[in-house]
Design a binder for this molecule. Structure first.
Ligand code: AMP
Ligand code: GLY
Length: 421
């Protein structure tokens, strides 16, 4: 089988890294990939989705997997399907679950899926009236995609009102902020659950926890994610069952009813309040770095999982996981997440420790190959993944691996998985 992976980050690297170990996967292509995916795959530089579909046809690609949200929201899946190609990911219509917070909240409310009480509006006065009816903190969200920056948690009503004014005026987030969602603050702990969906059936992966803040103890600015681990002990059978019954099943049914059946990765951002799950947000793709810790936990074929997800055949899949834990530590460049950094050569020590070799690997992200040498050229440069029989063991391997990697300005959190330890 020939596989095309769309994207260039650690998430996409980890998918290819899992696939290349499977006998049935004969060739992997990336569009565009990064400086390390070219070690086991062919990077191609085609940005236009129609041309990419043409490439997939001409090269006999059996399955295309889309990593990031932008191409999904732009409709890459619709374009590929029109050409008769097999592609794993949601249609443009289904991707609105992530692309529009207004759409998502209205969907949740229509199908009685638990979520924070809210209104959506483009009217300042209506927003102010709702803000006045709430007790702070108050959550204000821009409707569209804002690269993770469109959510304001206001400590005072005044601050919430200012955020509304900024967003509606278009000064902040341009068109993405022309409608806003205002909602009550939920106080609990956060959890990410990933379900692989084929429109009708689904397979739930082990729950993961991300670390969004730049610095230890969850301090500093928000980032794309500085580390993750799975499975998390913050979830038990009963909670899984509630999430399936109250959230995943009604979501799949609801999307069928909306004539936008959900195929792809349903990434459910949850707040657990007194043992009850509430949806904070949906994403329509894997989290990064969550994907990097989930891929190595799948014992059954990762190719089959995506292929059956793309061909409405998940029902026939028996998904199996290793009885292990995975911890991923992101190594970022000097100025992340504020600005870009000077390219820095990456030196990786030879790993002589046999156990470390066996229980860890690197998932490369913001790297480029220049004259045969690997350079850190992106914000999040790579993820050190450790595997073990306990979270502690997995974490120790991940950090041992971090110690073998050098580049100027490298930084990483020292406390990944602390909540579980
Ligand atoms: P979102 O992009 O909607 O997931 O929001 C980003 C982050 O804001 C979440 O991961 C939560 O930490 C926080 N957040 C969003 N909505 C709420 C809410 N209603 N109550 C408490 N925290 C929230
Ligand atoms: N790590 C969170 C995300 O990918 O959205």
């Amino acid at each position: 089988m020939k596989v095309l992976i769309v994207g260039s980050g650690g998430r996409e690297y980890s998918i290819g890294y899992a696939l290349r170990k499977e006998d049935k996967v004969k060739e992997i292509f990336y569009a565009p990939g990064n400086g390390a995916t070219s070690d086991f795959a062919k990077n191609i530089d085609i940005k236009d989705y129609n041309k990419l579909a043409e490439f997939a046809k001409e090269n006999g690609i059996d399955l295309t997997i889309v990593g990031p949200e932008a191409p999904l929201v732009d409709g890459i899946v619709d374009i590929f399907k029109k050409e008769g190609l097999t592609i794993f990911g949601p249609s443009k219509n289904a991707a609105r679950l992530e692309g529009s917070k207004v759409y998502m909240k209205n969907f949740l409310s229509k199908y009685n899926i638990p979520t924070a009480k809210y209104i959506e509006t483009n009217d300042k006065e209506e927003a102010f009236r709702f803000i006045d009816s709430l007790t702070p903190p108050i959550v204000v969200k821009a409707d569209g995609l804002c690269a993770g920056k469109g959510v304001i948690i206001a400590k005072e009503k005044e601050e919430a009102k200012e955020s509304v004014v900024d967003m509606l005026s278009g000064k902040k987030f341009a068109d993405a902020g022309k409608r806003v969602v205002i909602e009550e603050f939920l106080n609990g702990y956060e959890l990410s659950v990933f379900a692989i969906c084929d429109g009708e059936n689904y397979k739930v992966l082990p729950a993961a926890q991300d670390h969004k803040r730049l610095l230890d103890n969850d301090e500093g600015p928000n980032t794309g994610g500085m580390g993750a681990y799975a499975p998390t002990p913050l979830i038990d059978k009963e909670l899984y069952q509630k999430i399936e019954d109250r959230i995943i099943k009604p979501t799949l049914k609801g999307m069928q009813n909306e004539k936008a059946p959900f195929e792809g990765v349903l990434f459910i951002g949850l707040m657990i309040v007194d043992g009850e799950p509430y949806v904070l947000e949906y994403n329509v793709r894997f989290g990064d770095p969550e994907c990097e810790v989930l891929m190595p936990l799948i014992r059954s074929s990762v190719f089959d999982l995506f292929y059956k997800g793309a061909t409405k055949d998940l029902d026939s899949l028996n998904i199996e996981f290793y009885d292990k834990y995975a911890v991923g530590v992101v190594m970022a460049s000097e100025n992340y997440p504020y600005s870009s950094s000077k390219p820095a050569e990456i030196i990786i020590d030879e790993i002589v420790h046999e156990d470390l070799k066996k229980h860890s690997h690197i998932s490369f992200a913001g790297v480029s190959k220049i004259d045969g040498k690997l350079y850190a050229t992106g914000g999040r440069v790579l993820v050190c993944v450790g595997l073990g029989d306990s979270i502690r063991e997995a974490r120790d391997y991940a950090y041992m691996l971090c110690g073998q990697i050098h580049f100027a300005g490298k930084k990483f959190r020292k406390d990944i998985a602390y909540q579980a330890l």
